[in-house]
Design a protein around this ligand. Structure first.
Ligand code: HOC
Length: 382
C-alpha cells in the first residue's frame, strides 16, 4: 500500500492525480504572471529554554472558542472537488473545533450545510456566509435573510472581486459545472451560470463587456459599492457580524474600522484577482497597525504548513484560513481528508511553537520573525 501522506504537499499530489485538468487548473491558477502567488521570504527566529511543555493553540473570535487558529476559507463549487463538498469541509472544520465560511458560489444550499452539522457547545462558533454583493439589491437581501435564518454567525463580504481577475489559464480552459451540480445559493445564476458569470473575463472589447453587463447585469457583482453606503446597508439588513474580506492596505483597514465592521480578512483572493499585489504576509503588519486592536484581523493566503500559520500569528493575525489546502484534503478523502489536512497543520503548528519557544498563541511575537537580507548576510529584524 501507498504510505500515508505526511504533509499538505503529499495530499496536493494525490489531489492532482484525482482531479480533471480543468478543475485542477481552476483551483491552482493565479492571475496573469502569478507574481503575487509566489511571495514569502520570512524566517523564524526561535527562542530556547522557555517552558513549552504544554502547547495551547486555542483562540477566541467574536466570543467563540477555536481550538486551532486555522479555519476554512470560502472556495467555489466544492462538489467539483469531492462528493462530500461543502458539507464535508464544514463538518471537518467543526470536528477540529474550528469553523468554515460557506461560499456564495457553493454547490450545496446554505440550509443543507447548516443542518448537516452536529450540535456542539454554544461557546463554539457556527459557520459564516460569504457574500458577493450583486447589483440586484433584492437578490442580495434575500440570500442575507436566508443565511441569518439558517443560523450563520457572520456575513463575510468579499470586496476584491468587483470584476474577475485576468486568469490566463482559466481563459484558455474555461470551467463549466457538470450536469447535476448547481450554485445552490445564487438565485437565477444557474443553467450555465458559471460560464455566464465568467463571460466578462473573456470580453475582448469594451462593447462586449457592456453587452454582458446589460444581459446579466443584475447577477453580477456590483462595482458601485462604497464604504459609506454599503456597510450601513448591510447593517440595516442583518444582525449577523459583518466581516470584510479582501483588505490589502492600512488605509482600507482604517476605513473598515471607521465603517464599523466587526472584522477584516487580509486576503488577495489566493493571488487570483489583481496580479502584482504583495503577499498577504507582507501587508499584514500594516493592517495590524491600522486596526489598532479594535477588531480581529484575520488572514488567508498560501497557508500550507504550520509554520505559515505561526508567521501570520507572529505578525498579528487573530485567525488564519486555508483555501486550496482544504480542497486538496477534500479531493484526497472527502471529509476525512480535510480532517487529515487540519490535523497535519495543527501538529505542525504545535511543533513549530515548541521549537520556536511559544507555549500559547499569545506567546508568538513579532520578534520571532526576521527577513533574509538582500545581500545574503544575516537576518534583518522586523
Ligand atoms: C459573482 C462573482 O472566488 C474565484 C471565485 C470568484 C467568483 C466570482 C463570482 O474563481 O476565485
Amino acid at each position: 500500500p501507498e504510505p500515508a501522506p505526511i504533509n499538505v504537499r503529499d495530499i496536493k499530489d494525490i489531489a492532482k492525480s484525482k482531479l480533471s485538468s480543468a478543475v485542477w487548473q481552476y483551483y491552482t491558477t493565479g492571475a496573469e504572471e502569478e507574481c503575487t502567488l509566489e511571495r514569502n521570504s520570512l524566517v523564524i527566529r526561535p527562542r530556547v529554554l522557555r517552558d513549552v511543555s504544554k502547547i495551547n493553540t486555542r483562540t477566541t473570535i467574536f466570543g467563540k472558542t477555536y481550538d486551532i487558529p486555522i479555519a476554512i476559507a470560502p472556495t467555489a463549487y466544492q462538489k467539483l472537488v469531492g462528493n462530500d463538498g461543502e458539507v464535508g469541509l464544514t463538518r471537518a472544520s467543526h470536528a477540529l473545533g474550528s469553523n468554515f465560511i460557506l461560499s456564495s458560489n457553493a454547490t450545496t444550499s446554505l440550509e443543507d450545510v447548516m443542518s448537516a452539522l452536529p450540535q456542539r457547545a454554544n461557546h463554539y462558533p457556527r459557520p459564516w456566509f460569504q457574500l458577493y454583493f450583486l447589483r440586484s439589491r433584492e437578490v442580495t437581501a434575500r440570500v442575507i435573510r436566508r443565511a441569518e435564518t439558517a443560523g450563520y454567525e457572520a456575513l463575510v463580504l468579499t470586496v476584491d472581486t468587483v470584476v474577475l481577475g485576468n486568469r490566463y489559464l482559466e481563459r484558455k480552459q474555461p470551467l463549466t459545472l457538470p450536469a447535476g451540480l448547481r450554485m445552490a445559493n445564487r438565485e437565477g445564476a444557474n443553467a450555465g451560470g458559471v460560464t455566464k458569470g465568467r463571460l466578462m473575463l473573456n470580453a475582448r472589447t469594451a462593447k462586449e463587456h457592456e453587452k454582458v453587463m446589460r444581459e446579466h447585469g443584475d447577477l453580477i457583482v456590483d462595482p458601485g459599492l462604497t464604504w459609506d453606503e454599503t456597510i450601513p446597508w448591510l447593517r440595516s439588513q442583518t444582525r449577523m457580524k459583518i466581516v470584510v474580506k479582501g483588505i490589502m492596505t492600512g488605509e482600507d483597514g482604517a476605513k473598515a474600522v471607521e465603517a464599523g465592521v466587526d472584522g477584516i480578512i487580509v486576503s488577495n483572493h489566493g493571488g487570483r484577482q489583481l496580479d502584482g499585489v504583495p503577499s498577504t504576509l507582507e501587508v499584514l503588519p500594516e493592517l495590524v497597525v491600522a486596526v489598532k486592536g479594535r477588531i480581529p484581523v484575520m488572514f488567508d493566503g498560501g497557508v500550507s504548513r504550520g509554520s505559515d500559520v505561526f508567521k501570520a500569528i507572529a505578525l498579528g493575525a487573530d485567525l488564519c484560513f486555508i483555501g486550496r489546502a482544504s480542497l486538496w484534503g477534500l479531493a484526497y478523502k472527502g471529509q476525512e481528508g480535510v480532517e487529515t489536512v487540519l490535523h497535519i497543520l495543527e501538529r505542525e503548528l504545535s511543533r513549530t511553537m515548541a521549537l520556536a519557544g511559544a507555549m500559547s498563541l499569545d506567546h508568538i511575537s513579532k520578534d520571532m520573525l526576521g527577513v533574509a537580507r538582500r545581500d545574503g548576510f544575516g537576518i534583518s529584524r522586523l
